[in-house]
Design a protein around this ligand. Structure first.
Ligand SMILES: O=C(O)[C@H](O)[C@@H](O)[C@H](O)[C@H](O)COP(=O)(O)O
Length: 258
């Protein structure tokens, strides 16, 4: 378990731009070291803001888009092409502008796909795809970076406080029903899957995330505060803006980042 590091940026726009630059560098380093990179994207405003900033970055094509595997931490279980799906929003924010290798874009199943409207079957299908990509070395590939937006209630992916999905200890992907954040039915990585990533980056910008950041970083348990259970093998990085960091003890983050 890696102890959370915090970086606090002036505002959400700068946080998105700095996080995008950080992601470009991390991907380029992974591609240089191992020939390819594997990244897990997140939905939501902060996640999509990062993708849009990356699309606008002059350095974006330092990434070899033909050697990048993209996965999702969660997905709204809706029909293919629904504007509310995280992959639809990721395509609009970034993917349509960079033309990655389509075989390496691993979208979670849609509710009108091969699994029909069965979210549990869709989750099992995505778990099988992860395991196949892991090449028998385990249940999921070794993700270089796994990004998670943090909800105001401290949820990450579609793991909401006290609900069954956050309590899952065996499966890597689960179906979620009755999610408090619409739409109610989703597919999500579980905490055990999240924690296999080399690096986990939690994105929290805006006043509405201040209480969640304080709760998750002040010793709350992962069932009550799922963000507290999201950490990487090598690194756990909270990327915040000053508004989201406003309730944190000043000692938690270095002065240089304020
Ligand atoms: O499917 C989703 O909605 C996201 O994956 C979800 O986990 C999101 O990242 C958080 O709710 C934060 O969303 P905002 O950045 O919009 O607050």
């Amino acid at each position: 378990m890696s102890v959370p590091q915090l970086v606090v940026h002036r505002d959400k726009e700068l946080m998105a731009q700095a996080a995008a630059a950080r992601l470009i560098t991390r991907i380029v380093d992974a591609q240089s070291a191992r020939g390819s990179a594997s990244v897990v994207l997140t939905g939501g405003r902060n996640g999509n803001g990062l993708l849009a900033a990356l699309a606008a970055s002059p350095a974006r094509d330092a990434i070899d888009w033909s050697r990048l595997d993209l996965w999702w931490g969660d997905e709204r279980f809706l029909p293919e092409g629904d504007p509310e799906r995280n992959v639809t929003q990721a395509r609009a924010a970034l993917l349509d502008a960079v033309a990655p290798d389509p075989s390496r874009i691993h979208a979670m199943p849609a509710s009108d796909g091969v699994y029909g409207d069965d979210a549990d079957a869709a989750a099992a299908g995505y778990a099988a795809e992860l395991a196949a990509a892991a090449g028998g070395d385990g249940a999921v590939p070794s993700f270089d970076v796994l990004m998670l937006g943090v909800g105001p209630d401290t949820h990450v992916a579609s793991l909401f406080p006290e609900l069954p999905a956050v309590r899952e200890t065996e499966r890597t992907v689960v179906g979620v029903r009755d999610a408090p954040k619409p739409p109610p039915t989703r597919v999500s990585l579980t905490l055990p899957a999240i924690r296999t990533a080399r690096e986990v980056w939690l994105l929290a910008a805006g006043e509405d995330k201040a209480e969640a950041a304080e709760t998750a970083l002040s010793g709350a348990g992962e069932i009550q505060a799922p963000a507290a259970g999201a950490y990487g093998r090598d690194r756990t990085l909270w990327l915040l803006d000053t508004a989201a960091a406003s309730r944190l003890p000043r000692a938690l983050y270095p002065p240089a980042s304020a």
